[in-house]
Structure formats: structure tokens, C-alpha cells
Design a protein around this ligand. Structure first.
Ligand code: ZN
Length: 284
């Protein structure tokens, strides 16, 4: 797909698993288990999908997946699977090396979004994209280095410390600076984690919204389907209402970072004044 100057390509960076109950909050298992079947540990399959925007001048990657730095115990706990997909091999399929990436836009710093920022090279942590500027909202960054006891397991310093040391981190103010790149716009949301930044990519014809953890899978489009992980679920609810209403009216394409199968779709409004995923879209 082409939007404005950008060629848009889905880059699958791997698969992992999370607890199905935690992923669907107050929704009963009898409902979510139909679309997202749980395994013997009650875990469901999750994608780790990133998006590549290529123009003449830039190669921008949105989020970096979970990465390869976990030990065997953690890899097993999260069912991390890179047998089919890894970020470097998937980029290589499109003729791109990690060194070609000019910008990494991070929606937030949870380990399943920022884990691929860095890698282990003989015990030393290095930047995966050594020529890139990594962009993170400065207020989110402040939260990430001083999280609460409820969410501190989600923020791992090894995913961003070396970027600070290298001078590769650009801390922007997403509340005021809405446009880091041409044909894009930052939408800030706070229900999942403070100052999460979604990225809208648009031209006259099409709009794609990188939903990150506001709407992690196509199953999370309906309004009450909100993750138990969210710090402020009622805020997520009102953020979803506003964004989904506009997405429906303007026929946006929603991109789902964690859906195990559906990378993107449009949405429709239901008779109950709610929303659901409609036409499946594939970028690659
Ligand atoms: Zn998250």
C-alpha cells in the first residue's frame, strides 16, 4: 500500500503468548475463547507486528517487537517464538537491513513494543538499528523510568538505556508536536499507559491508524473489550469511543499490532451503537 510518500509494509517480528483473561479484562472467557482460543495455560496467541514506512529519504519503523534478550525461562513463560518471524529476516525479505532504518517510532516502552530496540552481542547490549533515531514521547519516558508497582514489570531498562548513552533517543512532546514525519499525526492516549502515542498515516485517499495497545487485536474493537493490563480502563473506553467513531465515519484502516492473524481492517457500527472489525486489509 502507498500512502503519500510512503510505501507501507507489515513486518512480523515474531509471536508470543499472554494470559487470555488479562487480555480481555471483564469479558467472560466463554465469549473471547471463541475468537482467541486459550491453550492449556489459559494463554492466547499474540502477534508482534511492526510497520515499515519507506520514502525516498526515510525508512521509519513503528515499534520493534519483543526482541531476543530474554532468558530461556522468560521465553517459555511468554511463549516467545521466532521460528517463523524475526525483525531482521523479515526486513531482509524486503531488501532492507537493520542499518538502513533511519527512524524508530515507539508508541510506548512496554517490553513487547520496545524489546527489539536492542540486542545482546556477546553479553553487551547494543542498539539494533545503529543509524536510527529512536523517537519516544518525553512524558511517557518519564513514566517508564519511574513506573508504578502495578506496571513496572513491563518496562525494562535494557530496552532503552543504551539508546540514551548513544545519543540515539529523541524525546518529543506528542501533546504539542503532532507531526514528526510528513503525512503522519500523533494521537496521544493514556488509558493503557500514560502518554501512549498512536500514529496515523494519511493522504487524500487513505488513513491507516497504528492502534498499538489501544486496540491490540481485531477482537478488541468492540468498546467493552479492554485489557485487564490497562491502568485506567474507563479512560481507554472514552478514548476508544472518540477514535472509533471517527475511524468509522472516515473509513480508516486500523492496524493491529498483536492480532495473531488479522493485520488490519476497517470497522462497522453495530445495531447496539458499538463497533466491530469488518473488511480485512493486507499490506503485504
Ligand atoms: Zn502496552
Amino acid at each position: 500500500m502507498q500512502i503519500g510518500n510512503y510505501k507501507i509494509t507489515t513486518i512480523e517480528s515474531g509471536m508470543f503468548k499472554l494470559d487470555g483473561g488479562a487480555m480481555f479484562g471483564v469479558i467472560p472467557k466463554v465469549l473471547w475463547n471463541k475468537t482467541n482460543p486459550a491453550d492449556e495455560n489459559n494463554q492466547i496467541d499474540m502477534g508482534l507486528r511492526t510497520l515499515l514506512l519507506e520514502s525516498d529519504k526515510r525508512k521509519i519503523l513503528i515499534d520493534t517487537g519483543i526482541g531476543h534478550k530474554f532468558d530461556d525461562k522468560k521465553e517459555k513463560m511468554f511463549g516467545i517464538d521466532h521460528t517463523k518471524f524475526a525483525i531482521d529476516s523479515q526486513l531482509a525479505k524486503h531488501g532492507i537491513s537493520t542499518d538502513d532504518i533511519t527512524d524508530v517510532f515507539l508508541t510506548h516502552l512496554h517490553f513487547d513494543h520496545a524489546g527489539g530496540n536492542t540486542y545482546l552481542d556477546q553479553g553487551e547490549i547494543k542498539a539494533t538499528f545503529k543509524n536510527a533515531v529512536y523517537h519516544v514521547d518525553k512524558f511517557h519516558f518519564e513514566w517508564a523510568i519511574k513506573p508504578s508497582r502495578r506496571d513496572r514489570a513491563s518496562f525494562l531498562k535494557e530496552n532503552f538505556d543504551v539508546l540514551i548513552k548513544n545519543g540515539q533517543l529523541n524525546l518529543f512532546d506528542g501533546g504539542h508536536q503532532k507531526q514528526l514525519f510528513k503525512n503522519t499525526e500523533i494521537i496521544k492516549v493514556h488509558g493503557h499507559t500514560p502518554h501512549q502515542c498512536l500514529l496515523k498515516i494519511m493522504d487524500d485517499k487513505n488513513t491507516v491508524l497504528f492502534c498499538a495497545d489501544l486496540i491490540p487485536t481485531a477482537s478488541h474493537v468492540p468498546l467493552p473489550y479492554i485489557m485487564g493490563y490497562d491502568l485506567n480502563p474507563l479512560q481507554t473506553l472514552s478514548e476508544k469511543e472518540i477514535i472509533l467513531e471517527e475511524a468509522f465515519e472516515k473509513n480508516w484502516i486500523l492496524f493491529y499490532e498483536h492480532d495473531p492473524k488479522i493485520e488490519a481492517s476497517t470497522i462497522i457500527k453495530t445495531q447496539r451503537n458499538d463497533f466491530k472489525s469488518d473488511k480485512i486489509i493486507q499490506f503485504s
